[in-house]
Design a protein around this ligand. Sequence first.
Ligand SMILES: NC(=O)c1ccc[n+]([C@@H]2O[C@H](COP(=O)([O-])OP(=O)(O)OC[C@H]3O[C@@H](n4cnc5c(N)ncnc54)[C@H](OP(=O)(O)O)[C@@H]3O)[C@@H](O)[C@H]2O)c1
Length: 268
Amino acid sequence: MPDQPPRRVALITGASAGLGAAFARHLAARRWDLVLVARDGERLAAAARELSERHGVAVSVIVADLATEPGCVAVEARLRDTAAPVELLVNNAGIGLNKGFLRSTLEDETRILRLNVEAVMRLTFAVLPQMTERRSGGVINVSSVAGFGVTAPGSTYTATKAYVINFSESVGQSVRRHGINVLALCPGFMRTEFQQRAGIPTAGSPGWMWLDADSVVVAALSDLHKGRYVSVPTLRYKVAATALRYTPHALVRRFSAAGNRAVGRRPH
Ligand SMILES: NC(=O)c1ccc[n+]([C@@H]2O[C@H](COP(=O)([O-])OP(=O)(O)OC[C@H]3O[C@@H](n4cnc5c(N)ncnc54)[C@H](OP(=O)(O)O)[C@@H]3O)[C@@H](O)[C@H]2O)c1
């Protein structure tokens, strides 16, 4: 029998719901073996069963809270494992808080920083040595179009996502010569569990704002393949990202204050 080519392994954080679950479905359909990470072990096990039965791929799970030290350590250990090296890391797990810094708690601020920033940095740091050694690999770090500017004054979510964009672009440039692509994925609004978990009201938000997670995944995988550093799916959000990036900050501040008044959001 001819030798089978080695299977490619992708590790996806926040794979029990929303965008992470969409990444898992698309990569399984493209015959990637998967490692799924999140806190809800039952949901992960159900997803693993379904994907392996449907696509004939190997799916394992790591139940881990990435806002904690033991959670990060467990996933780092898998990423350093060279016996079945992870070829694609999707740092997707993330949360929003929907409250301003003055009304927040130190516990919540620490949790968002650990999950949205520290875990992304640590897992990227853990996976790169085996990728540089093999001269192959990819990392998708999920940011947000909100990372291009302060759109909700007082919210620290945008600061965490700005880190992810700058971090990914900077590290991405330094590892390109080792055959590794690092992509910052910056979606606009998607109908996932994100808003409900953060307590963000969605009633009345116009239909055009909403992206479908499956299309975001397709755009991200295509942009990673093309070697792009930043992916902003859809023309409307590309325009928004460009405006946020290049409009003078004083003007952005005025628009975001007016926008918050228009949607009746409490000042942060
Ligand atoms: N939805 C949007 O409008 C939107 C827009 C732009 C960017 N994003 C970004 O997209 C990414 C995915 O969000 P989503 O929209 O798919 O949200 P989601 O539906 O709420 O899914 C979040 C995922 O992250 C996991 N997670 C949450 N806290 C975790 C922790 N402490 N440790 C490990 N896993 C954790 C959740 O699983 P468990 O609860 O089982 O742990 C879940 O699988 C996030 O980084 C978010 O910032 C979302």
